[in-house]
Structure formats: structure tokens, C-alpha cells
Design a protein around this ligand. Sequence first.
Ligand SMILES: Nc1ncnc2c1ncn2[C@@H]1O[C@H](COP(=O)(O)OP(=O)(O)OP(=O)(O)O)[C@@H](O)[C@H]1O
Length: 265
Amino acid sequence: MLPDSCADPVAELQPIAELRAAGAVRGSVTALAGIDLRIAPGERVAVIGPSGAGKSSLVGLLNGTVAATSGSVTVLGCRFTGAPGAAIRRAQRRIGTVHQRFDLVEQLSVVHNVNAGRLGGWPVWKALLSLVAPRGVAEARAALDRVGIGAKVRQRAGDLSGGEQQRVAIARVLVQRPLLVLADEPVASLDPARGREVIDLLLELSGELGTTLLTCLHDVGMALGSFERVVGLRAGTVVFDRPPSALSDGDIRDLYAFAAPVPHP
Ligand SMILES: Nc1ncnc2c1ncn2[C@@H]1O[C@H](COP(=O)(O)OP(=O)(O)OP(=O)(O)O)[C@@H](O)[C@H]1O
């Protein structure tokens, strides 16, 4: 059971994340409702579902950028619901998020972009100094080596290919030394071969570092073929949460059958 406190996060927390009857109303839409989800350390979970099902909102609940409007969200031992901002930020330092559009500052060098992953843990003077003379170059280079683009450390991020930019984004997460990695459609902007490589890399890193991984995917084949647990979201609710071997073609068909967004009462 998670402690209801926001002490420094530790890897062996059981579970890493727990949502209880969690909901999120965004604008006039109920993006998520009554979500119950427990994620254990080291698990690799794929989240699938049609557009608008609430996948990104779920990632937002888990990294603390979307506030639950009902129920509770506890991640890395911090109950986000009602926790002070400083406590949430402490947990967020160990939660790495990879986005579809990479979110790099294209005008800055690769090393600056990777270092952005550590800004939350650095004092302001170090972060500012790093804009002039990059700090932590060795660690950034090691992370870039690990994702296969160590030679690009001084290059302008905007000059890299899409696949390379996503690797920079993953390196940025690595220097955070994350306990939980969230990837929101990380391959949606890439061709199928580059997308496959990025998913393989995320899975490899999670195995190597023992990091928990939750990835939202539009590619159902990739989710069923590579992850040991698949959560199906539809109209803001969990429709199934099972290993791929326990999912039928009918389950997948039903998940993607037309669903209108749920208006907020
Ligand atoms: N910032 C926001 N303001 C208002 N409504 C929002 C906001 N973000 C998401 N929504 C709505 O919440 C619902 C769930 O959106 P969400 O982006 O979580 O779904 P998704 O499954 O990630 O979709 P996609 O696969 O298209 O990215 C949608 O109806 C969306 O329009």
C-alpha cells in the first residue's frame, strides 16, 4: 500500500501509481470517469483506444499536469489530489514524459535540450549558467550514447530527423533518472520503421533500468505484440485491462466502434 505522504520517491514503492475512481472534467467534457488503475514497479503497460477516449488525459493525471476532478491519484507515493505544489514537483522530477511532438527547443543544441530534463532538480543559478556554458555534458552524452545518437550532442535540435528528435526526447527523460516513464503517442509522428525502433528502445530501457513504462498507442498491433498489459479506454472509462493473450478480435473491434464524447452534466 502506498504511504499517503509525499516523501522522496523510491523505486520499490508498491504500486508505483494508483488511481481510485479518478475522473477529469476538461472544459465541458468528461475526459475520464471512475478510473481504477494500479501499476506495479517495472510493469510495461500500453493504453489504446479511439481518438478522444482520454489517453492523453490519463497521462496528464499520472504526471500531475491534469488535476483529477473526482477520486484520487497517487503516484510515487504522492497523493496528487490536495498535495502541496512543492510535493507534486518533487514526484514529477522522477516522472519522465515523452510526447508525440518531441517538445524540443529547435533553436537550441541537443545537449541543452537533454539538460532540460534536469532543470527541475537544479538550482536556478545552475540552470541559467547552463544556457551559456552547458553543464552536465558528460551525463547528457552518456544518455545520448544510450539512445544511439551520441555524436549529435552539439548539433541544433531542429536539424535532426524526427526519429533522432524523439531519441533526444528520450535522452532528456533518461537524465531525470525516472522511476516512471509515460509516453503519449511517442511514434505518431514517425514512419512505421522509426516508430518500431522507438518503442523497442523504450522497452529496452525500461527492462535495463527497471523503470515502469506506460505508453499510449494508436498502433494496436504494436500494443498487443510488445506489452504485457493492455488497457483499453473508451469514452473516458476503462473497458478492459488484460494481457494481450486474454484479448479477442471482438474486444478490439468493440473498443474502436463509434463513440460520441460524453458531455459534462
Ligand atoms: N484542454 C482541454 N480542454 C477541453 N477539453 C479537452 C482538453 N483536453 C482534452 N479534452 C477533451 O477530453 C477528451 C479526451 O481527450 P484526450 O486528449 O485525453 O483523448 P485521447 O484519447 O488522447 O485522444 P487522441 O487519441 O485524439 O489524442 C476529448 O473529448 C477532448 O476533446
